[in-house]
Design a protein around this ligand. Structure first.
Ligand code: ATP
Ligand code: MG
Length: 355
């Protein structure tokens, strides 16, 4: 068995709603770079999840391009296409089936208690909760259980969904027989503030720096950043704590001595925002440069993203097919249709023989 087959497996993913920004990188994708060294990684383009809050035709028509840009973003940050499995959720038909089969193992009350569901409905300006949004954690359980993932990296707010998956898996195994390994949540984190100082960088708030932004765009974005609103000039002592420019410096500027120097001068009114921002723009562009280079390299390989997503989905389907069959066999469902069709076949043959 090759090394990759003996590794523990990770499943994680993204809704194909747009390209990735620095917030995604800090909150999630930087951890994927570390994980790929030790785990076999399945990266799911979760388009069925997108339908929970964005079922409109326009969003659906944008899935292909968004899926491509997400896979490209992964390659650009340094995810290894030789070991990663990229897969498209809506093309893994076993997902729909397993979601339904496991849905008897969880109650509506239990799902309604999850704060995430109500938060998502509120964020999407939904007054009522659609059936698929309520069932979103059950769909997530199907995503995790089909490839028999061992580890699921999630933000703190999504930890409860992995707990729910474990509950479903445990109940299934008790009721029908041991099929599913119990996945563990791996809480990753870090939230990046927006360039406007809002709590979260978010593509819909127009406060994001994208991994695809060029150097001039980054510079312009940084120049427009929110800093300390009470600081009217460079000689006024400023606030470092909670100041977005210093939060970004801490995350993205590897020159710690420079950052400490800027902070101490800022606190004592000895440096202007202009210098702090200029150094930040440099640091961000230095951070993004290798990402840009990798992107250019992969972009020159026309069709590579489609190929990876295609091959990865076929591979994920194989895994899903085997797991679903095992689940149906354990449940006793697998043979039902076979028995009925064999019975019908016997009768047909008998009728034919009598002629
Ligand atoms: P939208 O504006 O459409 O909500 P978004 O830019 O907020 O988009 P999401 O698709 O909501 O991005 O984010 C998906 C996941 O990416 C989140 O669950 C979180 O793990 C991570 N993420 C997004 N933005 C940030 C951020 N600013 N800081 C840390 N993590 C983030
Ligand atoms: Mg969001």
């Amino acid at each position: 068995m090759s090394d990759i087959q003996t590794r523990k497996r990770i499943l994680t993913g993204d809704r194909p709603t747009g390209k990735l920004h620095l917030g995604h990188y800090i909150g999630s994708h930087r951890h994927r770079l570390a994980f790929q060294e030790q785990y076999e990684c399945f990266f799911l383009v979760a388009d069925l999840h997108m339908l929970t809050t964005k079922p409109d035709k326009e969003s659906i028509l944008a899935i292909s391009d968004n899926a491509r840009s997400i896979v490209m973003d992964h390659l650009a940050i340094g995810i290894d296409p030789k070991t990663a499995t990229f897969c498209l959720q809506s093309a893994i038909h076993e997902t729909y089936e397993l979601q339904l089969l496991i849905s008897s193992l969880i109650t509506v009350e239990r799902l309604l208690q999850l704060p995430t569901i109500k938060d998502m409905a509120a964020a999407a300006n939904m007054e009522q909760i659609p059936y698929n949004l309520l069932g979103y954690p059950v769909l997530q359980a199907a995503d995790i259980l089909l490839p028999r993932a061992n580890l699921v990296p999630v933000g703190k707010d999504n930890e409860s969904h992995v707990e729910l998956t474990r509950q479903i898996a445990r109940r299934f195994n008790n009721a029908y027989g041991e099929v599913f390994p119990l996945p563990e949540a791996y809480v990753v984190g870090g939230t990046l503030v927006g360039t406007d100082g809002q709590a979260k960088m978010s593509k819909s708030l127009d406060n994001a720096i994208f991994l695809t932004d060029d150097a001039a765009t980054v510079r312009r974005r940084v120049n427009g950043m929110y800093t300390d609103p009470n600081r009217v000039s460079a000689d006024v002592p400023g606030r470092v704590e909670g100041n977005p420019v210093f939060i970004y410096h801490d995350f993205f500027n590897p020159n710690k001595a420079e950052v400490e120097d800027l902070k101490s001068r800022y606190l004592t009114g000895k440096v202007g925002d202009v210098e702090v921002k200029e150094k930040l723009a440099n640091a961000l562009n230095n951070f993004l440069d290798p990402i840009r280079e990798r992107r250019a390299k992969y972009e020159a390989e026309t069709g590579i993203v489609d190929e990876l997503l295609y091959e990865g989905t076929l591979r994920a389907r194989e895994e899903a097919k085997a797991t679903l069959l095992a689940a149906k066999q354990a449940m006793g469902l697998a043979g039902v249709w076979n028995r009925i069709s064999r019975g019908a076949e016997r009768r047909r043959k008998k009728a034919e023989a009598a002629i």
